[in-house]
Design a protein around this ligand. Structure first.
Ligand SMILES: [Fe+2]
Ligand SMILES: [Fe+2]
Length: 273
């Protein structure tokens, strides 16, 4: 299949099998030409469809119970599936990306597919099937605000994936603490891959500004569509090491660490002047 067919199988296929279409099936010698295409929502079979029903992520204490751990895995797996679908949408939305950008994005999809499968396998062992609990569309809802590939890398890689360094790091510690080393190992795999995914986003944006006066932090902030702010690129802990490993500069890391969500307050002050 060509790249377009692959992206469509992942985004518009309704089953888990289609979402997990093997990227090695892509024939890169086939045409890479297609029109930009935007889809309202990923297609999903009703058993894995989106729901507006809110489910609370289990608290630290509750994770001692396998049932609650399975629930946590269900959340993690949905995030992976959303990442897979958003990356497939980006491939379809930005046909002008270079061959190497497309190949990199496809290899990131392969990682997300691996993460999804690892979570689902463990969840199944704990007696839960993917789709048994409500699945939210939260991350997908930002897709409609993304109009350029740079905005995509800012929102996905440098915001959500970067925040996942903190989440993955935090939760692997918790699962280790409660003695579930298998989940903790999965989270370590996810964490290590996420460092590379953040690095990829950083690389894409750095390429764009290399002959300009802009620095990455400034460019990143410019690209974020409202209501997203850099606060979303952080979790409950701040993983300095992972960010350094992904190649982010110490000044970028410091700007993010120090960033406070005070935009509306600043705006109000200016308004009063
Ligand atoms: Fe992932
Ligand atoms: Fe990722």
């Amino acid at each position: 299949m060509n790249l377009e067919a692959f992206a469509k199988a992942v985004l518009l296929g309704k089953t888990i099998e289609e979402k997990l279409t093997d990227p090695r099936l892509i024939n890169w010698d086939e045409s890479l030409e297609y029109q930009p295409q935007r889809f309202f929502e990923p297609a999903r079979h009703e058993t894995i469809g989106f729901s507006d029903e809110q489910v609370k992520f289990p608290g630290k204490g509750a994770l001692a119970h396998k049932k609650e751990r399975a629930k946590a895995l269900h959340f993690f797996a949905n995030h992976e599936l959303l990442a897979i679908e958003m990356m497939a949408q980006a491939l379809l939305l930005f046909p002008q990306m270079s061959l190497s950008q497309k190949k990199t994005l496809v290899s990131t999809i392969a990682d997300e597919q691996k993460h999804f499968s690892l979570y689902v396998q463990k969840m199944n062992e704990y007696g839960l099937t993917f789709g048994e609990l409500p699945l939210n569309r939260f991350f997908w809802s930002f897709m409609e605000k993304i109009h350029t590939e740079d905005e995509f890398f800012a929102v996905i890689s440098l915001t959500f994936e970067q925040a996942n360094l903190d989440f993955a790091n935090y939760y692997r510690g918790i699962f280790e603490e409660i003695g579930d080393l298998e989940i903790s190992e999965i989270l370590t795999i996810v964490y290590e891959d996420e460092i590379r995914h953040v690095a990829r986003g950083k690389h894409e944006l750095t390429q764009k500004i290399k002959n300009t006066e802009k620095d990455l932090w400034e460019y990143y902030c410019e690209l974020l569509p409202e209501p997203l702010t850099p606060t979303r690129a952080k979790g409950m802990v701040f993983d300095q090491k992972g960010r350094q490993k992904s190649g982010l500069s110490s000044s970028y890391i410091k700007s993010l660490k120090d960033y406070r969500n005070d935009f509306s307050i600043t705006k109000r002050k200016q308004w009063k002047k």
